[in-house]
Ligand binder design. Structure first.
Ligand code: NAD
Length: 294
């Protein structure tokens, strides 16, 4: 039987994920600090709630899709937070990309109220969210994972339990290293080819068919061809992830020299006022450096 699901955080990702749950026949209670996406979901059939506490009171499964660690801490443990409304037995899946250390801390605080938490960050971008084909990387206890799996299957296609709470987050950070470095490598390669006078469309077709081919190349192809970089996944958010990665790497004693350089490039993009662009726009900085802009 369809369960009542709470959904907090209706941004670029949360909105389509919540809509897919509605389409699958689930009863949804939604909340966001912005009014517009709440109204949009209400029109599509969701009930609305004024606070995370109210959401928690009304649902059996609760999902959050928020920007960063402090947002999740606030929504889960702050005033009028999930902790104040949750009943024992509530299953809570945080699908945001946040610090795995913070996930573990929030999980411990909620466990005292009988809430069973998973961290379940995603990869696949806005398109993956709309199409319901995200890769969902899950940390938490196996029985909680089994209980929520049919709900994850509405939003994602590749759903993997990696271990206990926090392991979803560690996996997502590994994912974000690969994507940031890959997009920077694409930026360097395409800038070199641009100065050499190559046709970008032919170049991308040739590269896409060999070992250099990647999901990044496929999904960002249209951006590179148009030279326009509307998000997508914002540089600001990926910069946030690079911060989480370097913080975690320091804690675990792992030098990440290439990622550190990429983090500085993303920092420069923000200084130049490009933080709101898609992360594939790292190419624009490399073109600037090469005197190959526009
Ligand atoms: P977004 O900024 O578009 O959405 C976040 C939403 O959370 C906003 O609607 C905001 O109003 C709401 N919010 C923030 N604080 C709140 C609070 N205290 N109470 C209620 N609502 C609050 O971000 P997004 O792109 O949807 O990303 C969400 C998460 O998913 C991030 O952690 C991001 O790193 C991750 N992610 C994003 C993508 C992508 O392509 N956009 C892909 C994979 C993972």
């Amino acid at each position: 039987m369809a369960q009542v699901i709470g959904f907090i955080g209706l941004g670029i990702m949360g909105r389509p994920m919540a809509k897919n749950l509605l389409k699958a026949g689930h009863a949804l209670v939604v909340h966001d600090r912005n009014r517009a996406p709440v109204d949009e979901l209400a029109k599509a059939g969701a009930r609305t709630a004024a606070s995370p506490r109210e959401v928690a009171r009304e649902c059996e499964v609760l999902i959050t899709m928020l920007p960063n660690s402090p947002d999740v801490e606030l929504v889960a443990l702050g005033p009028d937070g999930i902790v104040e409304g949750a009943r024992a037995g509530l299953v809570y899946a945080d699908m945001s990309t946040i610090s795995p250390i913070v996930s573990q801390k929030v999980g411990r605080a909620l466990a005292a109220k009988g809430v069973r938490m998973l961290d379940a960050p995603v990869s696949g971008g806005e398109k993956g969210a709309i199409d319901g084909v995200l890769s969902i990387m899950v940390g938490g206890e196996p029985d909680v994972f089994d209980a929520i799996l049919p709900i994850f299957q509405v939003m994602g296609k590749t759903i993997t339990r990696l271990g206990p709470l926090g392991f979803g987050g560690f996996t997502k950070l590994a994912n974000q290293i690969i994507v940031a470095v890959n997009l920077t490598a694409l930026g360097e390669a395409l800038t070199l080819a641009k100065k050499a006078g190559l046709d970008r469309e032919l170049l991308l077709t040739a590269l896409g068919g060999g070992l250099a081919g990647s999901k990044c190349l496929e999904q960002k192809r249209a951006n590179y061809l148009a030279g326009s970089y509307a998000p997508g996944f914002k540089i600001d958010l990926h910069y946030k992830d690079l911060g989480l990665i370097m913080e975690t790497a320091r804690e675990l004693g792992v030098p990440l020299p290439t990622t550190a350089v990429v983090q500085e490039l993303f920092s420069a993009l923000r200084v130049k006022g490009r933080g709101g662009l898609d992360h594939s726009a790292v190419i624009t900085l490399l073109e600037d450096l090469a005197g190959a802009s526009a």
